[in-house]
Design a binder for this molecule. Structure first.
Ligand code: FES
Length: 103
């Protein structure tokens, strides 16, 4: 039986509405903020620690894992609306991000 390898790497794409702003390959170790800089997509940041919510984006598709304990910049209502924080969010596999917050 062949062992299935779970790959965390993939491509992250950044959109504003239907406009593709940029994309970059990732290996599942860098934050959304770091990856947006690599492809010159501007996502504002402030605290860079999950506290202020400045870097909030919307997860259109894919997986961005959340910490077990939610940071001050996120609550469960926001998460239900697919909000993620760029400064602490690490994509896993292929991920599409809307650079605006959900609300
Ligand atoms: S920059 Fe403050 S929560 Fe990300």
């Amino acid at each position: 039986m062949q062992e299935e390898k779970v790959s965390l790497s993939g491509v992250i794409r950044f959109f504003r509405g239907s406009q593709l702003l940029g994309l970059v390959k990732h290996d599942g170790t860098e934050t959304i903020s770091e990856l947006s800089e690599l492809c010159e997509v501007n996502i504002p940041t402030n605290c860079t620690s999950g506290t202020c919510g400045t870097c909030m984006v919307t997860l259109n598709s894919g997986i961005v894992t959340l910490p077990d304990e939610l940071p001050p910049g996120l609550d469960s209502d926001l998460i239900e609306n697919m909000a993620r924080l760029s400064c602490i969010g690490i994509p896993s596999g292929d991920v599409d991000i809307e650079v605006r917050p959900p609300l």
